[in-house]
Design a protein around this ligand. Structure first.
Ligand SMILES: *Cc1c(COP(=O)(O)O)cnc(C)c1O
Ligand code: SF4
Length: 351
């Protein structure tokens, strides 16, 4: 590699040399990175260099000693993936859809990651492991949708992605392929013609769900990358994690959701933070999250409303945490609360 080419920062020394941490912080970062993977690719480094952007982004990507503290309820496998892994690289919890994890490498390591005990060094599925994972999908006709996740599937080469797409294309019961990725934010330059051609090398419906937590992640390069995907006919969704100190105000959420919709990305889920180890400093209580989502409902377009979602600890699945707008009265009618908090009677129809 050219010495002058920007490269991904992966150690405390790299961060110190880049001026992203001080000498005093270096020891803490060494301790954290002994346990959890670190990667700050050039596009994220560019975002972090912008002083106006720094606080919300720094918190997501620069290690903190708080990651070594544990809080009640935290668990190395917070949403029970391991209990639903019939073969390596597959998580199958809902009958009609399965996760396929071709790699546990990511473009950037989010400090609050729910799979933080798994992502990082464990690399990609071997060809034999990938064959076994695909065999499981082939042999399970109930699987209608395959969700490529990880790790980040878009760190794989276009050639590997094309191979996976074509293998899924050959499985008749698989109708939809969804790709969960942070690459448009963290390595937007990867979304090039070759990668898009690979994603399109299947006749199946392909959706891309972009992980994005703050409007400042919507850089010109990220917008351009998402524009290339949309122009190629790939619908884009967004997943956001509700995070203390990053996006825990209605103004911040409003700016993010408007930014996503204006980038042709439909907000899909706002995730309640999972109980992964060392993430207590990011946790926003559910009641606060519900109030934020309710306030958002009163302020922005329906296009800009994600579903506030909880993955039940232990593996029971996802459920919406959306605030209640409807309460039943004794006489069988309903009280409906509008965005300003006023109640309206709503009669139920007689049978
Ligand atoms: C989150 C998740 C899905 C996808 O759920 P949707 O509600 O369809 O987005 C599928 N399988 C597993 C195991 C999951 O954790
Ligand atoms: S990109 Fe996703 S899987 Fe990777 S570290 Fe971030 S949250 Fe975890």
């Amino acid at each position: 590699m050219n010495d002058l080419a920007p490269r991904t920062l992966t150690t405390a020394d790299d961060l110190a040399r880049a001026g992203l941490i001080t000498e005093d912080e270096r020891g803490d970062v060494v301790r954290v990175t002994a346990r959890y993977a670190l990667a700050v690719p050039p596009a994220v480094h560019d975002l972090l260099r912008n002083a106006e952007y720094a606080p919300a982004l720094r918190r997501q990507f620069i290690p903190s000693p708080q990651e070594l503290e544990s809080s009640p309820g935290e668990n190395a496998d917070p949403i029970g993936d391991h209990a639903h892994a019939p073969v390596k690289g597959i998580v199958h919890r809902y009958p009609d859809r399965a996760l396929l994890l071709p790699t546990l490498t990511c473009a950037v390591y989010c400090r609050f990651c729910f799979r933080r005990e798994d992502v990082g060094s464990q690399g990609v599925l071997s060809p034999a492991e990938m064959d076994a994972a695909l065999d499981y999908i082939r042999a399970t006709p109930a699987i209608w949708e395959v969700i490529l996740t990880g790790g980040d599937p878009l760190v794989l080469s276009a050639r590997r992605i094309g191979e996976i797409m074509r293998a899924l294309d050959d499985i008749p019961h698989v109708q939809v392929i969804r790709v969960h990725t942070r690459v448009p934010v963290a390595m937007p330059e990867r979304i090039d013609a070759g990668l898009i051609a690979a994603l399109k090398s299947t006749g199946k419906a392909v959706y891309v769900a972009v992980h994005c937590n703050h409007a400042d992640e919507i850089s010109p390069a990220m917008r351009a990358a998402c524009g290339r995907l949309s122009d190629a006919g790939i619908p884009l969704l967004a997943q956001t994690v509700l995070l203390r100190g990053v996006n825990d105000s209605v103004e911040t959420l409003e700016t993010l959701m408007r930014g996503l919709v204006a980038t042709r990305i439909k907000p899909y889920y706002l995730h309640q933070l999972d109980y992964a180890p060392g993430t207590g400093h990011f946790r926003v209580p559910v009641e606060e999250g519900r109030a934020l989502v309710k306030a958002l409902r009163g302020r922005v377009s329906g296009l800009a409303q994600p579903t506030y979602i909880l993955d039940i600890p232990g593996g029971a699945g996802k459920v919406p945490l959306t605030s209640g707008y409807v309460s039943a009265a004794d006489d069988g009618s309903f009280a409906i609360e509008d965005p300003s908090g006023n109640l309206h009677a709503y009669p139920t129809r007689a049978e």
